[in-house]
Design a protein around this ligand. Structure first.
Ligand code: ADP
Length: 274
């Protein structure tokens, strides 16, 4: 079953002098098991869109369905469970750590979801294993004594411990050094491939997108400009440039080869690579 966004528009501070249309008639479907990347310039509406995936924002117009349930219609248990099936990692998630110990921080969500203490412990252990933080060594430590990269891992573990079916990440690698960045992207890839989580990831980096995503959505001024498989989307150089993004390096290289007169069929090469 999918997440379906149907013709949503969102206006911040409607009917005030500061009114701002942040989403303009956006529709897209994210199928179970897909890895979808959302790209676009700062202010294009990516964060606003992602906050619609779990009902944090209610669309001014349009509907959002999770597994067939309209998540903004009723406030019943079904709706709550549908919203809870979407885990959300915000930008700089380490800024949201607040408990005294790493254990308590990761346990906060599962406890809130009503898991038993045994289940909570099991989930915290698994989540810490996943982000490679040794349970015995770290469980009682304060999250605030960790390095930036470790704090981010604790924050992500807190969402993984909720076992979401859909995982939404807003630029999860922002501010990390290249090594930590690659490590985190590998973990996200593992969640997708091994745990079969559906991933929705906001990213500026088209090379990461080309490597990881099944589909890419390009946003510009609140509109969804294009949505499809990377190899198809990346051939629309004009859309990528207008959105203020850089083409993936591999595409740039192929174009250069072509410019210098070598006869390369970019589409055919892309297909071979896939
Ligand atoms: P992105 O994530 O692509 O950077 P956002 O979704 O954050 O874009 O923002 C889309 C537009 O909505 C921008 O013009 C931004 O200034 C505006 N906006 C975002 N959040 C708010 C808010 N809380 N109040 C008013 N305007 C906002």
């Amino acid at each position: 079953m999918p997440i379906e966004v149907k013709n949503i528009s969102y206006i911040y501070m409607e009917n005030t002098p500061y009114e701002k249309k942040a989403l303009n008639n956006v529709s897209l479907t994210i199928n179970e098991g897909e890895f979808v990347a959302i790209a676009g310039h700062t202010g294009s509406g990516k964060s606003t869109l992602m906050q619609h995936f779990n009902g944090l924002l209610n669309p001014t117009k349009g509907e959002v369905f999770i597994d067939g349930i309209d998540i903004n219609k009723k406030k019943d248990k079904k709706t709550l469970n549908a919203r809870r099936s979407v885990g959300m990692v915000f930008q700089y998630p380490e800024q949201q750590l607040f408990e005294e110990s790493i254990f308590a921080d990761i346990a906060f969500g599962p406890r809130n979801f009503g898991c038993s203490e045994d289940e909570v412990k099991q989930r915290v252990k698994e989540a810490m294993d996943f982000v490679e933080l040794d349970y015995e060594e770290y469980k009682d430590k304060s999250p605030f004594l960790l390095s930036g990269g470790q704090m981010r891992r604790v924050a992500i573990a807190g969402i993984i411990a909720l076992k979401p079916k859909y995982l939404v990440l807003d630029e999860p690698t922002a501010g990390l050094d290249p090594r930590l960045k690659q490590n985190l992207l590998q973990k996200v890839k593992k969640l997708h491939q091994k745990e079969k989580m559906t991933i929705i990831m906001v990213s500026h980096n088209m090379d990461d997108i080309a490597l990881l995503a099944d589909k890419v959505a390009i946003m510009r001024q609140g509109k969804l400009m294009i949505y499809g498989e990377p190899r198809e989307v990346f051939t629309h150089k004009d859309v990528i440039e207008q959105a203020g993004l850089l083409e993936p390096e591999v595409m740039q290289l192929l174009r250069k080869i072509k410019e210098y007169g070598l006869d390369v069929d970019i589409n055919a090469l892309n297909k071979q690579e896939a």
